[in-house]
Design a protein around this ligand. Structure first.
Ligand code: FAD
Length: 449
């Protein structure tokens, strides 16, 4: 029998890679992991975590404005200091980087702080020149922001750089219509920047329920975020004062201080050497895997964003766990992709699980839609004219809830709990049977009409 340096070599210490490495080691495997940037990956270093902390920081803008209606006396203009927030967020990211490193080390996972590429079905080449062997290789290299090709694109930043800005820009142009673009539109707007969001179509957040995303669009426009649809970059030029001159199709040119491009993320496989092991990639460069995350090469598996299944942290973690249980605990495990809740941490946030109304109509034909369109009590007293919207979509025949979608304060927090009921295939009647918890926003879920 061939002997290898390790039982498992993981490339990429992000959400999926760290979970797979730690659990495989706990199952008794000899594990090593390579990370070319920082242990923790996108979620911890330049994704979910720092973003959510900025969302919290941004929310103070509204809370401070509203505080006056609740009797608090504050200066007319509260000053916001970006370097303080940025540095505190980055310090928290460093702390988490340390915590993830400790977790791996305490499970005896050997960490190589360098880039690794695949040299063969059982061989990994490290940037330092060393080749190591492993019975299994796990590709967990995540995804990378897609950058369109046009003159001056080098003046734009992506979500990778946005957490490190020297100063808060006065005018920001964001390109994209997905959750990252909309979240940063909200964050920069709350920090008093003039925000323009451009997109090549006129639909934002196309995977979300149309009524919910329309509500976000309406609230965002009322707040003063400028949306320019059917617009594509023609060029970006740097002005003498350091600002950026942006030309785009179908709209007048504009000068801004920051251009953020958030038009999707591509699987991180380029230059990874996967061809050396005959690993099949799809047309987007994602590793093609089976239900156990095994690639076309028997000794190579892949989990997380690099497989382009569902690009979310909890999904990458589940795939990492399932891989470890399958390969090192003799317990073949697949991931259930049905009813995965997701959220957009916009201002206000939105969240959803299951089918949208459109999907349900197409798939089931006969459906019943219940909704509540209301102003949160806090917004009423604050004289904030923003309405929340909750939608429940049921199969007309069985009464089973097939989708739940909401926008309003704390929507993601409420939806996580409600998603359990949707996943458990409860019915509208089950919700109606529950006495409301008053006064909350969540009580609207058991009072839907
Ligand atoms: C701005 C932003 C906000 C997000 N917000 C959310 C959110 O709110 N909720 C949510 O669920 N998801 C969110 N995501 C998505 C989430 O971060 C990803 O789905 C998740 O991190 C994927 O985990 P992964 O293990 O597949 O890859 P990653 O976490 O990206 O880890 C891959 C790691 O591999 C390393 N690597 C790559 N190539 C090599 C190589 N050759 N050698 C060594 N190391 C290598 C990378 O440096 C990286 O650390 C967000 C993403 C972004 C960008």
């Amino acid at each position: 029998m061939a002997s290898y340096d390790y039982d498992l070599f993981v490339i990429g210490a992000g959400s999926g890679g760290v979970r797979a490495a730690r659990v495989s080691a706990a199952h008794g495997a000899r594990v090593a992991i390579a990370e070319e940037h920082k242990v923790g990956g996108t979620c911890v270093i330049r994704g979910c975590v720092p973003k959510k902390l900025l969302v919290y920081g941004a929310q103070f803008a509204e809370d401070l404005k509203d505080a006056k209606r609740f009797g608090w006396q504050l200066p007319e203009q509260c000053a916001f200091d970006w370097p303080t927030l940025r540095d505190n967020v980055l310090a928290e990211v460093e702390r988490l980087n340390g915590a993830y490193t400790d977790t791996l080390e305490s499970h005896d996972v050997e960490i190589f702080h360098e880039r690794a590429t695949v040299e063969g079905p059982h061989a990994v080449k490290l940037a330092s020149g060393k080749t190591v062997t492993a019975e299994y290789i796990l590709i967990a290299t995540g995804a990378w922001p897609y950058m369109p090709d046009f003159p001056g694109v080098e003046h734009a930043v992506t979500s990778n750089e946005v957490f490190h800005l020297e100063s808060m820009p006065r005018r920001v142009l964001i390109c994209g219509a997905g959750y990252i673009a909309n979240e940063f539109a909200g964050i920069f707007h709350e920090f008093s920047c003039q925000v323009t969001l451009i997109n090549r179509s006129d639909v934002i957040l196309r995977h979300y329920d149309h009524a919910i995303r329309d509500r976000l669009l309406q609230i965002s426009m009322t707040k003063g975020i400028d949306f320019r649809f059917h617009a594509e970059f023609e060029k970006i030029e740097k002005n003498d004062d350091g600002s950026l001159h942006v030309e785009m199709s179908g709209h007048t040119p504009m000068d801004v201080d920051l251009v953020l491009i958030a038009v999707g993320r591509v699987p991180h496989t380029s230059g990874l050497g996967l061809e050396n092991a005959g690993v099949e990639l799809d047309d987007k460069g994602a590793v093609v895997v089976d239900e156990y995350s095994k690639s076309s090469c028997d000794s190579i598996y892949a989990v997380g964003d690099v497989t382009d299944r569902v690009q979310l942290t909890p999904v990458a973690i589940r795939e990492g766990q399932a891989f470890a249980d399958t390969v090192f605990n003799d317990n073949p495990t697949t991931v259930d992709y049905d009813c995965i809740p997701s959220a957009v941490f916009s201002h206000p946030p939105m969240a959803g699980v299951g089918m949208t109304e459109g999907d349900a109509r197409n798939k089931l034909g006969s459906i019943k839609v219940y909704q509540s369109d209301f102003r949160a009590m806090k917004n009423v007293l604050a004289e904030r004219n923003e309405r929340a919207l909750y939608k429940m979509i049921c199969d007309a025949e069985t009464g089973c809830i097939v989708g739940l979608h909401m926008i309003g304060p704390d929507a993601p927090e409420i939806l996580q709990a409600a998603a359990v009921a949707v996943k458990a295939k409860l019915t509208k009647a089950d919700f109606d049977n529950v006495v409301a918890l008053h006064p909350t926003m969540a009580e609207e879920l058991v009072l839907l009409r």
